[in-house]
Design a protein. Structure first.
Length: 210
């Protein structure tokens, strides 16, 4: 991760519904760091995936064609976020998905603000991604997999779902090599915030039918 101190825009506060909604509406998200007060980030360089730039490589396209996985939306949010918390991340000791984050985002899900996409092998959950929808703009938070390519396919299903709801981009917050290969790019903070404001003004409801 390339988050730096300059990307921190606030310190302290809580994880109540009002605080989280106000933060996401301003392009800000929490990222707990052990031993410090709650930190809030709005990266100077924001990673986003414009659907027009989506690149599905040959092997992933083949996996997509051949997959027998079943994909759902909002069928197992609690299981997805728990699995994301339990997934080891290279170079990251522990997880930022603390018990407080788990509880807060599960509340957001119950209120129709946080959402998940699940990938199933028969009745077994093998991958998933979750994030936050505020006023029709979606920020992906984390994903996990228990099979090769399963999380990538879940992300592609999320893109299809959002595109069907009228969105043309996805906030992925911080660039990773995987996201870059899919076509994500970094944009300056000001450009991201302007895009976020324009998208929120459209009044989209991509999860109204989930």
């Amino acid at each position: 991760m390339s988050i730096t101190q300059d990307d921190i825009v606030a310190v302290g506060g809580d994880l109540t519904l009002g605080t989280l909604l106000a933060a996401y509406r301003r392009g800000v998200f929490p990222w707990p760091v052990e031993g410090l007060p709650l930190l809030w980030f709005c990266p100077r360089e924001r990673a986003l995936l414009a659907f027009a730039d989506l690149h599905v490589g040959r092997s992933l396209a083949r996996a997509r064609r051949r997959t027998r996985l079943r994909f759902t939306v909002d069928r197992a949010f609690a299981a997805v976020i728990r699995a994301c918390a339990d997934t080891p991340r290279p170079g990251e000791p522990g997880t930022w998905i603390t018990p407080e984050i788990l509880a807060a985002y599960t509340r957001l899900h119950r209120l129709g603000v946080a959402h998940s996409v699940e990938a199933w092998r028969d009745d077994a959950l093998v991958a998933g991604v979750y994030g936050v929808d505020v006023d029709g703009a979606f920020a992906a938070e984390s994903m996990f997999r228990r099979e090769p390519d399963a999380s990538k396919l879940a992300l592609l299903h999320l893109v299809e779902h959002l595109r069907a709801g009228g969105l043309d981009w996805l906030d992925v917050q911080v660039m990773t090599p995987h996201l870059e290969r899919l076509g994500a790019r970094n944009v300056p903070r000001a450009a991201f915030l302007a895009l976020l404001a324009r998208t929120r003004a459209r009044g989209l409801r991509p999860f109204a039918r989930a």
